[in-house]
Structure formats: C-alpha cells, structure tokens
Design a protein around this ligand. Structure first.
Ligand SMILES: NC(=O)c1ccc[n+]([C@@H]2O[C@H](COP(=O)([O-])OP(=O)(O)OC[C@H]3O[C@@H](n4cnc5c(N)ncnc54)[C@H](OP(=O)(O)O)[C@@H]3O)[C@@H](O)[C@H]2O)c1
Length: 288
C-alpha cells in the first residue's frame, strides 16, 4: 500500500480505531470541520492535494430516528457525500473504504444475513445508507463493510455511546436496564473492525461488500447477561420485546450478520463474547 490514509469523519468513534490500525502509515484524519463530505468541491480539492492511497470514510449521519424528520440531510451525508468520495477516489486511484449497517435488511430473517441477501430498508436512515453502499461500490476499488452495534470506546471517550457501551456503563453503575429479548444482534468490537479493515486493504482482498461483525448472534438480553457475568455483577434487567417499544423509525428485529465472506478473505472475526471479554477486561492492545 502506498500513499497516505485519509480518514474522513475523523472525530467519530470508529475513526479513532481505524487511525490507530493504520498508525504505522501516514494517516490524515479529517473531522467535519476540516472536510465536510457534503461539499463535493472541497472533497475533490482535498483528495487531489493529498493524493491518498486509501480513503476510509467514517463520516456518517447516524441518528436513526432523526433521519425520519430530515431525510435530505441523511441522504446528503450518507449517500451523495459518499458519491463525492467515490469520484475523488477514482480520480486519484485510491482505494475507498466505507462502512454501512445491518439496518439495510428488513429483519425478518432467522439466520444471519449474508452479502447476497436482498436489502429491504425500512427507514430513511437505512435507505440513505444503502444508497451510500451503491455509490461507494462505484469506485474502481472499494470495500463496503457492514457493521452493527459498534462497541469498545475507551474511558477517555466523551461523545455519545452506543447501546453496548451504555449497557456496560449502566451495569457498572448498578442501574436497571431495559433490554430487548427478541432483537438479535452481532455486536462489532471497533478494534476488531479496524483490524479487519486493515486486513482487506493490505491483502488487496477482492473489492466489494463484506459483513464485518463479531461472530455469533444473541439477543440484547443475552448480551447484557454476558456483560454482567464478565463484570461480576448481578444485572437488573427490564425485559421488553421490540413490539412493546415504539420508536420513530422502524428497525429490523433480526439483525445478525454472517462473516463467511470475510473469513474466506482470510480474516476470521472473534466471537462477540470473546470481544466483549477483551474489552471489559482491558486485555485489548488498543488504547483509544
Ligand atoms: N455506531 C453503530 O453502532 C453503527 C452501527 C451500524 C453502522 N455504523 C456505521 O459505522 C460507521 C462509523 O460509525 P460511528 O459510530 O463511528 O459514527 P459516529 O461516532 O457518529 O461518527 C460519525 C462522524 O461523522 C461526522 N460527520 C457527520 N457529517 C459529516 C460530514 N458532512 N462531513 C464530515 N464528517 C461528518 C460526525 O461529525 P459530527 O459529530 O460533527 O456530526 C462524526 O464525527 C458509520 O458509517 C456508521 O453508519 C455504526
């Protein structure tokens, strides 16, 4: 791999781990104030100046409920912003890495989704992310990694937390937690996602769409019970089904993804239980 690694949306959670995974290369992390990906001229200019070997797009509009009220904003960031990056990547010959979501599926499956399963987005957020996938894959060399339920923020993180990070904080504090008994997930440990990203880029694996989550599937209740067991605390869980909790945007109930294609590319993802334990016990090498 030659050239710098440009990380867009660099103030976000996953971006920090991506930057760390590529730390032995020149990394240029640009947050929204440095590069707004919805400004095509700025994207073209910055990429032409930097001529990166790899562009890793971590910029995203992730407010799932908010997107119902401002779908055009979500589309500008999650779709046309990605199109600008794909065009810029094409012009300078860079590899484009982009992240998408399990929410592109309807959630009606009963076994983990693979990359060949038909997406059926049920929300403005999900539709914007699916369109972003398509634009990203227009780049001559692109990896689109679908991740879900990202977790693993370090103690210094002060931004918004994902479900699992908030869950572990709640368990540590002895708070009662509302957990879904029927939403099935494959949580994604951010250092593992960053390592998989590096693997695909370094090995020049076949370009395309990859599911990139920790292996296995569990309900949020099972995840909470496992986290409590690792923490050595007795959880106070308020069990709910997804039907009992009405949210602004529709979300898939069954969200588990299969990593088979990633494994075929030589990148085995550890189980979510292993990742959870590494994170909680602080055994991970990462310091982010
Ligand atoms: N978090 C999850 O559980 C989850 C689940 C499925 C998929 N994903 C995907 O994984 C990727 C990383 O997620 P994450 O949780 O790390 O996201 P995040 O923490 O929300 O970070 C996203 C970053 O993008 C920035 N951004 C927003 N609009 C921008 C723009 N126009 N130009 C440049 N930067 C912009 C945000 O800046 P501001 O703070 O200023 O808005 C923020 O720093 C995303 O593609 C996301 O969709 C995440």
């Amino acid at each position: 791999m030659t050239g710098a690694v440009l990380v867009t949306g660099a103030a976000g959670r996953l971006a920090a781990f991506v930057a760390e995974a590529f730390a032995d290369r020149p990394v240029v992390p640009l947050g929204r104030t440095d590069l707004d990906i919805t400004d095509p001229a700025a994207v073209g200019r910055v990429v032409a100046e930097l001529r990166p070997g790899v562009i890793v797009n971590c910029a995203s509009y992730n407010n799932v409920d908010g997107a119902e009220d401002e779908p055009a904003v979500a589309l500008r960031i999650n779709a046309t912003g990605v199109r600008s990056l794909a065009r810029a990547a094409q012009q300078c010959g860079a590899t484009l890495v982009h992240y998408s979501t399990d929410f592109v599926f309807s959630g009606e499956a009963s076994v983990p989704y693979d990359e060949g399963d038909e997406p059926a987005p049920r929300s403005a957020y999900a539709a914007s992310k699916l369109l972003g996938e398509w634009y990203a894959l227009d780049a001559p060399r692109a990896y689109v990694l679908r991740v879900e339920s990202l977790f693993g923020c370090g103690p210094s993180w002060t931004g918004p937390r994902g479900t699992l990070d908030a869950m572990v904080a709640g368990l540590r504090a002895g708070r009662e937690l509302q957990v879904f008994t029927d939403r099935m997930v494959s949580p994604s440990y951010m250092p593992d996602v960053a390592r998989a990203t590096r693997h695909l880029v370094d090995r020049q694996s076949p370009a395309g769409l990859y599911h990139c989550v920790n292996s296995g599937a569990a309900s949020w209740k099972q995840v909470a019970e496992e986290a409590a067991s690792v923490l050595g605390v007795v959880p106070r869980l308020l069990e709910r089904t997804t039907a009992e909790v009405v949210l602004r945007a529709q979300r898939p109930t069954y969200c588990a993804l299969s990593n088979r294609k990633l494994a075929m590319a030589g990148c085995e993802m550890p189980s979510w239980r292993d990742a959870l334990r590494r994170w909680i016990e602080g055994a991970s090498a990462t310091s982010v």
